[in-house]
Design a binder for this molecule. Structure first.
Ligand SMILES: [Fe+2]
Ligand SMILES: [Fe+2]
Length: 145
């Protein structure tokens, strides 16, 4: 295989596929964590395990955003500058999600389970939309490659 074949036109497609797969897998894991937290909150107890679970969700979402912002998306928009603006719009929303989850953990630490459940419901709906928007952009990237 020539250097061009190894590092040439095909590389962008491979990187896009790898990034799409990684992001999709992370979204699935986050959805599982959201579902576990929703279930724990539905039991109505603000015990330490529920607080810990909500903290895990906050940390996992923050780590996911960090990878999107510093790794996946810069790779993608280097390959396809046309998607940079759409992806940056999605990245701008990340801070709001972090604030929401930080607030959710604090609510639980105060023992306000019903309020925390409402906060998680709002977060889940908005975050699901966010993930779907990301996945649509990634799918369109692959179709175009
Ligand atoms: Fe995101
Ligand atoms: Fe994401």
């Amino acid at each position: 295989m020539s250097s061009n074949e190894e590092h040439g036109a095909g590389t962008g497609a491979v990187d896009s596929v790898a990034a799409q797969r990684a992001i999709g897998n992370e979204h699935l894991k986050l959805q599982e964590l959201i579902a576990s937290t929703e279930h724990a909150l539905s039991l109505g107890e603000a015990d330490p395990q529920v607080v810990r679970l909500a903290g895990e969700l906050r940390d996992a979402v923050e780590a996911h955003f960090e990878r999107e912002e510093s790794l996946y998306y810069p790779t993608l928009w280097a390959l396809r500058p046309s998607v940079e603006s759409a992806l940056k719009t999605l990245v701008d929303i990340h801070r709001d999600f972090c604030v929401r989850l930080g607030s959710l953990v604090k609510t639980l630490e105060r023992g306000e389970v019903l309020q925390a459940a409402r906060q998680l419901e709002d977060f889940s709906a908005l975050f699901g939309e966010h993930e779907r928007a990301e996945e649509r952009i990634l799918a369109s990237l692959l179709e175009a490659s």
